[in-house]
Ligand binder design. Structure first.
Ligand code: F6R
Length: 242
């Protein structure tokens, strides 16, 4: 595990984007695993800046997002599809044929999860998987549980996850109760995993995940066994490591 601590979010975002840019330079057809949420927005902003100054291009890469809410139309302002369009896809040269997310508005979410899983398996391996972490230790939407699922699947969102994500909805009642998420198997199969953590509110969970027992009750703890894990934290998130 390679643990990196940054003095500012700006430095962290630049380093995160830098890792993706170097990968695309050495492997232009890389497969990127992407996350949504508060954590990676700064990294995406840095990628957009780099694209505008011609420091990176996305012509040959493909992207696969971790998850999507069930029940929101793709165009809904809070869907992860809309998030990705807004923060990255529409701002760089990534066309819709290169980018993939589960379709949370599919009539049969279980069939959609199976379709997405088959698509992921057809690419073989994600080169670089970006992850945030939930306050309960979730990665993707693999919530703490007695058992974890390897393949893409339908999940019931934890109440804590719904509360955390309610900030962008008008009320908690509008936050979907279910999502489709990449399973732990696909995440762990990625060649390299980049876990990005910022803010003091994540200090306890990231410390427990990376130094505590490996347990399905804290899905991020499984990352301790990943052969190529890079953790980028700001000083607030890293405070229990010092
Ligand atoms: C998002 C995802 C989630 C988030 C996590 C942290 O696609 O899969 O696991 O990474 O909930 O969210 P933020 O970054 O909003 O704190």
């Amino acid at each position: 595990m390679n643990r990196l601590i940054f003095q500012s979010n700006e430095e962290l975002n630049k380093a995160g984007a830098g890792l993706i840019i170097s990968l695309l330079h050495t492997k232009p057809n890389a497969v990127l695993g992407l996350a949504t949420g508060r954590t990676p927005t700064g990294i995406y902003a840095e990628l957009v800046k780099a694209y505008r100054r011609d420091a990176v291009r996305f012509d040959h890469c493909r992207t696969f997002n971790l998850d999507e809410y069930i029940g929101l139309p793709r165009e809904h302002s809070e869907s992860f599809f809309t998030y990705m369009e807004k923060h990255l896809f529409s701002q760089v040269n990534l066309s819709s044929s290169q980018t993939h997310l589960p379709d949370g508005s599919a009539a049969d979410p279980h069939a959609e999860a199976a379709r997405y899983d088959a698509l992921l398996n057809s690419v073989g391996q994600i080169d670089l998987q970006i992850l945030g972490i939930g306050h309960n230790g979730h990665i993707g939407f693999n919530e703490p549980s007695g058992a974890l699922t390897s393949a893409t699947h339908v999940v019931e969102l934890d109440e804590r996850t719904r509360q955390a994500n309610a900030r962008s909805f008008s009320s908690i009642d509008d936050v979907p109760t279910q999502a489709i998420t990449m399973g732990i198997g696909s995440i762990m199969k990625a060649k390299t995993v980049l876990l990005v953590v910022s803010g003091e509110d994540k200090a306890e969970i990231v410390h427990r995940s990376l130094t505590g027992p490996i347990t399905t009750q804290c899905p991020a703890s499984l990352l301790q066994t990943h052969p190529s894990l890079i953790v980028m934290m700001d000083t607030a998130a890293a405070k229990l490591f010092r």
